[in-house]
Design a protein around this ligand. Structure first.
Ligand code: CP3
Length: 335
């Protein structure tokens, strides 16, 4: 592979700034909203191989991006295990009751069959002309973040109720099951053409320092090693984690995605591996001058460090696609 992102991650090239965006295929695009309107059931949409392909490629038709990210969701994992997952309008995900005995009856074949359209969608997309010499990013949620959704059954706000995590035995058993099926999900994405895996730990910031080892570091390191065993790069995004340096030392990913609250200067000083992201997605809701100013800030800090341009979280639904196009062109022309 000789894509711009591989040059950055593997060869540590600092002359190019590859660019892609989290949630680049999403509600800010009118062509996505149209499909979404015709497909009110989000899980069903994530299981439609033709629409997976079409939606994944929508931003590639519009912008000069270096990677496509598969249109799917981290919650396809609990769905594959048999926990109900629904997306309610203006509310977000809503999960059904958790029954660990039912999970224990699920085998690899059942799981892979349930998610078969996802893998078929990846396979077709990986052959598209639109991503020739570019990357196709597969992804999973980190075990901790998946656990939070499975137990809390909806997005937590800033905190989660402590008593959800009282039953250590249940937690440990669940983490083992989640890890096993995340590996299967990763393997199937790679075997169908994903050239990079990103691990989203959106709720890493909720874990106390004393519990990081058992809930974040240990389960994630196993996945990272697993991805590396395929010779595929792995990017981790432990959103709002307080100590990115320690996380990188423990996990050893190929790149670290940073959130928009962390000071990029501190990251540059402390972190040796390639960095991705950082810009606050709200900046895209302002004006071009401000976009340039804030983009220059990140690009200048990381000018001698392997850096993949991205945001500090997903593209917001209110974003004007024209602004995203402007940003992509600006990053591509930046010297
Ligand atoms: O373009 C891409 O980035 C690829 C597709 C993708 C989606 N979800 C599609 C999606 C990816 C990588 C995800 C990851 C994801 N899903 C995360 C980790 C990243 C993060 O945002 O922290 C999490 C926590 C989820 C769970 C999830 N999915 C939530 C909380 C929500 C509702 C809130 C929201 O932003 O809408 C979703 C829905 C979702 N996933 C949408 C999309 C395009 C919106 C669905 C809609 O049209 O209503």
């Amino acid at each position: 592979m000789n894509t711009n992102i591989y040059k950055c991650l593997i060869n540590k090239n600092t002359n190019i700034n590859p660019v892609w965006f989290m949630r680049q295929a999403g509600r800010y695009l009118p062509e996505f909203r149209k499909i979404r309107k015709e497909n009110p059931n989000f899980i069903k949409l994530c299981l439609n191989k033709n629409l997976i392909n079409q939606i994944t490629l929508q931003p590639m038709e519009r912008f000069n991006l270096d990677a496509a990210i598969i249109f799917s969701d981290i919650l396809m994992l609990p769905y594959g295990l048999g926990q109900e997952v629904e997306f309610k309008k203006n509310f977000g995900p809503f999960l059904g009751n958790l029954n660990i005995n039912n999970f224990l009856k699920v085998n690899e074949e059942d799981f892979a069959n349930k998610l078969k359209p996802v893998y078929e969608g990846i396979n077709t997309t990986s052959k598209s002309k639109l991503i020739k010499n570019k990357d196709l990013i597969g992804f999973v949620g980190a075990p901790w973040t998946i656990l939070v959704y499975m137990l809390n059954k909806k997005s937590p706000k800033k905190k989660i109720s402590k008593n959800l995590f009282n039953d250590e035995k249940l937690i440990n058993n669940l983490l083992k099951i989640i890890e096993k099926f995340l590996k299967i999900h990763i393997k199937n994405q790679i075997n169908n053409g994903a050239s990079i895996i990103q691990i989203f730990d959106s709720w890493a910031g909720l874990v106390d320092e004393k519990n990081l080892e058992k809930y974040v570091y240990n389960p994630t390191v196993n996945l990272v090693e697993y991805v590396k065993s395929f010779k595929i790069p792995v990017i981790c995004f432990p959103r709002n984690i307080r100590n990115y340096k320690k996380y990188c030392e423990k996990i050893l990913p190929d790149a670290i995605n940073i959130d928009y609250e962390i000071d990029p200067k501190k990251i540059l000083k402390e972190i040796k591996i390639p960095v991705q992201g950082g810009l606050d997605p709200k900046i895209l809701l302002t004006d071009k001058n401000n976009i340039i100013k804030k983009t220059n800030y990140y690009l200048n800090i990381f000018k001698d460090h392997p850096y993949i341009f991205n945001l500090g979280h997903g593209v917001l639904p209110e974003t004007d696609p024209i602004m995203l196009d402007y940003l992509v062109k600006y990053v591509k022309d930046f010297k």
